[in-house]
Design a protein around this ligand. Sequence first.
Ligand code: ADP
Ligand code: ZN
Length: 213
Amino acid sequence: MRLVLLGAPGSGKGTQAELLKAQYGCAHISTGDILRRNLKDKTELGVRAGVFMNKGELVPDGLVVEMVEKRLREDDAANSFLMDGFPRTLPQAEALESMLKELDRPLDVVLFLKVEEEFLVRRLTNRRTCRSCGKIWNALLMATGTKACPECGGELHQRDDDMESVIRNRLDVYREQTEPLMSWYEKKGLLRSIDAVNSPEKTFKEIQVALGR
Ligand code: ADP
Ligand code: ZN
């Protein structure tokens, strides 16, 4: 199974990607995670990308495309993968299409996680990530003052780009640069829309229905 998860920041792509990976074993390719890891390790790519990420802007297409190309050639991504956070612009979508054509591995489906903007801001300002296991939590759904990951006890932290001012910018960028991908994939007959306002479990059930599994 080869799929793309499309959706605004805060629509739950990362959470659904984890569930999909656990259920179907496909390689999870998250450009945001790869970029954050590079930023933390202060690689050349990380240093170049960090300038954009911290302002809530997109990292230039060339850098991201090259990164994905490399990741797609790793063994675990040979037959099934799920893209989370990529493509985010039309040039990226076109680059992905030609990469996959060359590898003779076309996409099966593009899942669009649909959530209204007011929910997105609330989710993002309350998002907490575990420094140890990487699991994503919602501060509103945990006891107040929870500082440790309920799963592994690791430290919970707020991503640098989950501040309200940066969030607004990320949503503007999404509307301008990523939303046009929807009609592009729709025309190719690949787009499935998923109602993603409810709990992660309920959204995952919808995804399974859309995948016909
Ligand atoms: P979210 O979807 O919650 O905004 P991500 O973890 O997917 O978060 O991305 C975080 C940041 O990393 C983005 O705001 C952007 O700066 C950068 N980034 C991730 N994926 C891409 C991409 N495909 N193209 C350009 N920039 C990207
Ligand atoms: Zn944890």
